[in-house]
Write a protein that binds this ligand. Structure first.
Ligand code: BES
Ligand code: ZN
Length: 945
């Protein structure tokens, strides 16, 4: 209901929808529609019935904030807070009102003082406050016009309940070892939730300084972005912490926490104090995070050649957290499983995840916090860069993790959705809070990161690094847009850079905004806009004819075949500037060519028996080899696969199966290609093949085709070689987990036997026995198949203090074949006590992966939609995971129809999400794939190798 209302208002009042240029504010150009006094009738109506003087979703830019003095006093017993703030504003153009964001706050009082009032200590003038909840805005009406170029101070007293969900200033609880439940209060603001905690100019462009004061009981501590300057005693035994003033920053990065946590600390090479906080009983799990964050902070300060500008950096594990982590400047918050590492129960994959998340959030301290996107349409500048920097930093700080192989999966993951017509361009307009939240998706994170990686490969690591440092230095404490990045990367200097004394790296060979590539001038912007403004991914079709290499580019479409009627229209007007790379049988060197037209022909210097495009899979494109191309590559793989680089082998497996989905390659041919895997020596390549095999078994299982079980294909010898231990390198250990998981899933007798034995020993030891962490999840999953084992696991779930262990147990519980047990899990998840609400999405996701739970999970979502919306915002991460996770695997026309009807019914209630269309297209694609390939897949699985 609320949403329909909002949509209507938008269409009538917000010209952003109709005339985007009116709502797009560049770095504070004044908007002139202050027509309130002339014609109040055309304005929306405030809650008190009076006209609300502003009709746009985005704030006017006549008044801008400079400094916030914020005082907050949360009461962790009555679960509410009282607060006050003084915002120093600069008036840029005469106006009669100030518009601020405020959502769900009760405003008690608002006053205004001019500079003169302040000087003569004159008390403030009371302001009229109007509220327009549909836009989450309030208007402060001033009796006399505010004058341009003057500063004023706005004081506001307000209060609210601590929020129930995961946004704004919310409460979170945890149980101590002694069984006591304790409450803490914590903030989470990105993208548009600062307005739930204090009235503010809640847009990324309105950067300001913040001085924060928190009142608390003496049993608690308070943390905020900056270090504490002093603590003052207040009446009733309360204490008030005053924090140093922040650097200039956006509202979404403000943070404060009141809790009773314990910490470990260390000092980075630059002197920055780094601390890890967790609830007292989890203190022992904080040490790995401290080691990793110190290493990573040192790395980033060196790499960017820019100091982390705050004196301290806290990383805090929050018991109830919606996403994985949040990069608040100086006070980064994490889900417990993204920060804590328990040597007894955290696996090597858990360690990888913790390292990745810390690397990501610390990268944001530069990309995002120091330099922020102007508006949410370019959120990829934050998230794509943070994801890209994970690769750069972890490869150096933890080389043994071989993070480049993990990074590749980002690209493969996003290709799945980006090759559907329902995908979107990297940069896309987003106005409403729902649209803004939807921008936090695989396209911003993963495609963004893969494009940056491709550009780095094209420009050379050195030039790319120089360019991004230039960008960071030039836009420090300011906002940037795509074009700012492109011109920084062009390695060029503008005259203004010299005159303003800005940082500039000049390359004498280049002219403004151009750089040379193979002796030709190319513009980074020209290349990159073909990747950020067009949705989708290109397919490079290559045909070798003697010494000629013929190239052609198309739009790659998953599930749409070339002879489908819509294929032609879906290709129209798509053209990318593709940095093509290749190596050949006669030269392992990397050859380069920028493909800017539909077709092109290259001359190979020598005769070669094969050619492989997209060296090391660094490019964001798929390659199809026409004529004998694929056969030649399959022959090389079988004769001596080491002639191709490991990432090229991974890329070939990936592209071959993608091409099957696009109807360009037969499934038999792709399966042929995997035949060489029995000799594969690279673990990441083996895992790539194993992933497909696993998904094929799941496909059969979902269809109740059971005669193919226990055929382990090429993997049987290597499965038989596995020990049930934590020995070996990181990738040996990852391989062991994946192989044994598949073996036990397929009921391979030796696997079940060993897992059952370990599970019984564990139960007999009352959960005290240490099982090797990499096989823990497998042992629990086998144990969960008996009622006794399942019940015991559920009991242990309630007692465990390790998030890593709890995740493994919950997954194991969700693999039960008994529906009543799965229903019990969902009930517990909805209740939110034993199974926390934060884990409901991954629980439903896991149950939907279980063939016995797939229908159950989906029915639950349909029947409990409104209850789910009481827990999560429509466009939040969990909601989108729940929607896609419980529907993605469907593959029949009836299921498609059912999902479609359900989405339509939501739409008529005013709820619409981009993910609906992605899901529907994915199901249609699944249907088509199975119609075409199920018989040959089944035959192939039946053959024993
Ligand atoms: N800035 C995001 C947190 C966020 C997510 C804010 C969605 C608003 C909406 C944070 O940096 C982030 O990206 N977190 C990831 C973890 C990361 C390692 C991919 C997450 O929460 O999943
Ligand atoms: Zn991020």
């Amino acid at each position: 209901m609320v949403n329909t209302h909002r949509k209507l208002i938008l269409n009538i009042y917000c010209s952003a929808i109709i005339l985007p240029q009116i709502c797009t504010c560049s770095q504070f150009t004044s908007s002139s529609n202050d027509q309130y006094n002339e014609n109040p009738g055309v304005f929306p109506v405030a809650t008190n019935g009076e006209p609300f003087p502003w009709r746009e979703l985005r704030l006017p830019t006549k008044v801008i904030p400079l400094h916030y003095d914020l005082f907050v006093h949360p009461n962790l017993t009555s679960l509410d807070f009282v607060a006050s703030e003084k915002i120093e504003v600069l008036v840029r153009d005469t106006t009669q009102f100030i518009i601020l964001h405020s959502h769900g706050l009760e405003i008690m009082n608002a006053t205004l003082q001019s500079e003169e009032d302040l000087r003569y200590k004159k008390s403030g003038e009371k302001l009229t406050v109007l509220s327009y909840p549909a836009h989450q805005q309030i208007a402060l009406l001033v009796p006399e016009k505010l004058m341009a170029d003057l500063r004023y101070s706005v004081a506001i007293d307000f209060q609210a309940k601590l929020a129930d969900g995961f946004e704004g200033f919310y409460k979170s609880t945890y149980r101590t070892l002694g069984g006591e439940t304790r409450t803490i209060a914590v903030t989470d603001f990105e993208p548009t939730h600062a307005r739930m905690a204090f009235p503010c100019f809640d847009e990324p462009l309105f950067k300001a300084n913040f001085s924060i004061k928190i009142r608390r009981e003496s049993r608690h501590i308070a943390l905020s972005n900056m270090p504490k300057v002093k603590t003052i005693e207040r009446e009733g035994g309360l204490l008030e912490d005053h924090f140093e003033t922040t650097v200039k920053m956006s509202t979404y990065l403000v943070a404060y926490i009141v809790c009773d946590f314990a910490s470990v600390s260390g000092t980075a090479s630059s002197g920055v104090k780094v601390s890890i906080y967790a609830s007292p009983d989890k203190w022992s799990q904080t040490h790995y995070a401290l080691e990793a964050s110190l290493k990573l902070l040192d790395f980033y300060e060196n790499y960017f050649n820019i100091h982390y500008p705050l004196p301290k950096l806290d990383l805090v594990a929050i018991p109830d957290f919606e996403s994985g982590a949040m990069e608040n400047w100086g006070l980064v918050t994490y889900r417990e499983t993204s920060l804590l590492f328990d040597p007894k129960t955290s696996s090597t994959s858990d360690k990888l995840w913790v390292t990745k998340v810390i690397a990501h959030e610390l990268a944001h301290q530069w990309f995002g916090n120091l330099v922020t996107m102007e508006w949410w349409n370019d959120i990829w500048l934050n998230e794509g860069f943070a994801t890209y920097m994970e690769l750069i930093s972890v490869n150096v700080t933890y080389p043994e993790l071989q993070f480049d192989n993990i990074f590749l999966n980002n690209c493969f993951d996003v290709i799945k959705s980006d090759s559907l017509n329902s995908s979107r361009p990297v940069s896309k307009q987003a106005e409403t809070p729902t649209q803004i939240q939807e921008m936090f998706d695989a396209i911003s994170y993963k495609k963004g990161a893969c494009l940056l990686n491709m550009l780095k490969d094209f420009l050379s690591e050195e030039k790319f690094k120089k360019g991004i440092i230039h960008y960071l230095k030039k836009f420090s404490y300011r906002n940037a847009k795509n074009d700012d990045l492109w011109s920084s990367l062009s390695n060029s200097c503008l005259e203004s850079d010299f005159t303003s004394g800005g940082f500039c790296y000049s390359d004498s060979k280049t002219t403004s905004n151009t750089l040379t590539f193979l002796e030709e001038n190319v513009e980074v912007k020209d290349i990159m806009t073909t990747w950020t403004r067009q949705k989708g991914i290109p397919l490079v079709v290559v045909e070798q004819e003697g010494r000629l290499l013929k190239l052609r580019q198309e739009r790659f479409l998953n599930g749409v075949f070339r002879d489908d009627p819509e294929w032609g229209a879906l290709q129209e007007r798509y053209l990318w500037h593709i940095p093509v790379t290749y190596s050949t049988s006669s030269s392992n060197a990397i050859h380069r060519h920028l493909l800017t037209s539909k077709t092109d022909t290259l001359y190979l210097p020598e005769k070669t028996s094969w050619v492989k495009l997209n060296v090391d899979s660094n490019g964001y494109y798929i390659v199809h080899y026409e004529a004998h191309g694929w056969d030649q590559l399959i022959a090389v793989l079988n004769q001596n696969h080491t002639l191709l680089r490991p990432k090229d082998r991974i890329g070939l497996i990936h592209d071959a199966f993608q091409l099957v989905s696009a109807g360009r390659l037969t499934l038999d041919k792709a399966l042929d290609l995997t035949h060489y895997l029995q000799h594969e020596t690279s673990i990441p390549a083996l895992l790539q093949g194993l992933d497909y095999l696993e998904s094929f078994y799941h496909t059969m299982d979902r269809r109740n085709i059971s005669d193919i079980t226990e055929n382990l294909k090429y993997f049987k010898p290597v499965i038989d070689m596995q020990s049930w231990s934590d020995e070996g390198s990181v990738w040996d250990r990852r391989l062991r987990s994946s192989l044994l998981k598949l073996a036990c899933y397929l009921n391979y007798a030796p696997c079940i036997r060993k897992a059952t034995e370990l599970f019984s020993q564990w139960m007999e030891s009352s959960g005290k026995l240490n099982i090797p962490t990499d096989v823990l999840k497998i042992v629990y999953s086998v144990g969960a198949q008996t009622t006794e084992g399942w019940n015991y696991l559920l009991e242990q779930y309630g007692l465990s203090l390790s998030g890593a262990e709890k995740n493994k147990i919950l997954y194991a519980l969700s693999t039960s074949k008994h529906q009543e047990k799965l229903i019990k899990l969902i009930d517990l998840g909805m209740e939110g006590k034993v199974i926390k609400t934060q884990d409901l999405a991954s629980l439903l996701y896991a149950i939907a992966r279980n063939p016995k739970g797939q229908q159950l999970a989906w029915n639950f979502v349909k029947e409990n939609w409104t209850h789910l919306l009481e827990r999560f915002e429509l466009s939040s991460f969990p909601m989108r995971i729940i929607i896609s996770g419980t529907t993605f695997h469907f593959s029949s026309k009836d299921e498609l129809q059912e999902v479609k009807l359900f989405f339509e019914s939501l739409q008529t209630q005013g709820s619409y999400l981009e993910v609906f269309q992605i899901v529907l297209e994915t199901i249609s694609k699944n249907i088509k794939w199975l119609e075409k390939n199920l018989p040959s897949l089944r035959n192939w699985l039946l053959i024993s190798i």
